[in-house]
Design a binder for this molecule. Sequence first.
Ligand code: SAH
Length: 354
Amino acid sequence: MDADDFSRGRVDRAFLVRWLREEDPERLEALWAAADAVRREHAGDAVHLRGLVEISNHCVRQCAYCGMRGANRGLERYRMTADEILECAREALGYGFGTVVLQAGEDYALTMEWVEALIRRIKAETGLAVTLSLGERPERELAAWKRAGADRYLLRFETSDPDLYRLIHPTLPGGPQDRLVHLRVLAALGYEAGGGVMVGIPGQSYDILARDILTFREMDLDMIGTGPYLPHPETPLGKGEIRPDLPAGEQVPNSEAMACKVIALARLVCPEANIPATTALATVNAEGGYERGLRRGANVVMPNLTPPRYRALYEIYPNKASLAVNASVECLMARIRAIGRTIGRGPGGRKRAR
Ligand code: SAH
């Protein structure tokens, strides 16, 4: 396979399925190298660090994969105060990060006005870029938060397959049928928009995953977050209550290698996007997950700055890597430098060729 095979125009569904199914180590090396070269050319060697603050684990939704789903009564719930969140933002600034990411379950006690005031305070007191990841909120709230100074919004679309989406992500009555609608709204409001999918979710076939990757390109996403699906025992998918049946050999595994293939292919289809090596990837490979992601197309890491007393309660899946003792920011920065990369400065928004 010559280098031309990786040019953007040639990347179609059949190409993607072939690479997702590829297991030959030498050929995979060629894929990693191609993704790494495209990453270097379009995103650079700097790894941007985003301080992740998990501000609430309350959630009204019933996603079949997520441990924070409202029906999980066994989970103690918390909501951080604005002062606590500001403290985390200042910590991010202290580390030299350019961005703070505020993530939560879909929690309507985080009202439009409260979040708006929070964004203004973070902007005034730290000047950091603000990324929100608060679920499927109404357009007028998203617009108010943009006016308050929010820069980016993360909302993974989870799958591009309508049937699988319905199965794993029950919509709210009257709400849109999928998250792609929200992503278009976010882009139109002027946010840098981030989407993505879990890799190896039950019911995800190679064909579906290939379409997901093509969707990254169609949506021209500014950020693409992907990571292996990790079963949570208190969820319908984790308990096996929902078992999407696929023909033998069609189910995508939730392996580290598959997660890396998706990062690499995402980089090929969206050369300029900011692509994180995610906590889920580091959870399946604590020793080298971040490094693998960063060498196979990723250019972002999101260190967890949530106060330790809350961190374990933000349990979207068990045993998050951010709970490990070696999850310190200093350690992470040393690991990034050890693979020959630099630490990004400034907000680290999407670079554009033009
Ligand atoms: N409420 C917000 C944030 C959810 S957590 C939202 O829905 O956008 C962010 C992402 O974690 C989700 O979009 C999902 O892709 C991922 N996630 C949730 N449960 C997971 C699991 N069991 N394994 C791996 N990733 C998971």
